[in-house]
Design a protein around this ligand. Sequence first.
Ligand code: IMP
Ligand code: MG
Length: 173
Amino acid sequence: MPDFTCVLDKDKIKKQISRTAEIISTDYRGRELVLVGVLKGAFLFLADLARELTLERVKIDFLQASSYGADTVSSENIVLKKDIDIDIRGKDVIVVEDIVDTGLTLSYLIAHLKTFGPSSIKVCAMIDKKERRKAAIHVDYVCCSVEKGFLVGYGLDYAEDFRNLPQIYHMKL
Ligand code: IMP
Ligand code: MG
């Protein structure tokens, strides 16, 4: 069994998501919002965030990108595996990510989403991991910032394991 240290427990996750949902609800009051979750890692985060929003009209869609490379290192070769279904032309979009590391995945996905002509695109991430940032990505809404380390749980995986853990752990590799 790998060596895990809890970095975000259930209470902290819940509190940070409520806080973020409140800010988003204020920023988008009276507007229609499309949340675009990035599969697979954002599935729990998006589910918890979406139900805390106090907005009347929220649409939800997903896309999936994959990067080829070693298990714990982000790669620069990004491929779109699943596209959105909703027409986002003229809509306000928030991309919901589990964790922003180098930022390469998000910058690829944002460039892709912009081709559909949305009226705005912002980014909401459960975790902003700053140490290895390569792309100049601005994360508009952040639940938690960490400097470094490999994290698992609450959607985050190591070789597809541990996504179901209800808390976020630092995994010693
Ligand atoms: P980026 O393109 O380097 O920003 O990487 C983004 C993707 O890499 C995330 O959406 C995750 O799927 C994965 N990733 C980056 N850091 C971690 C981590 O600490 N644990 C699990 N997955 C991670
Ligand atoms: Mg991901």
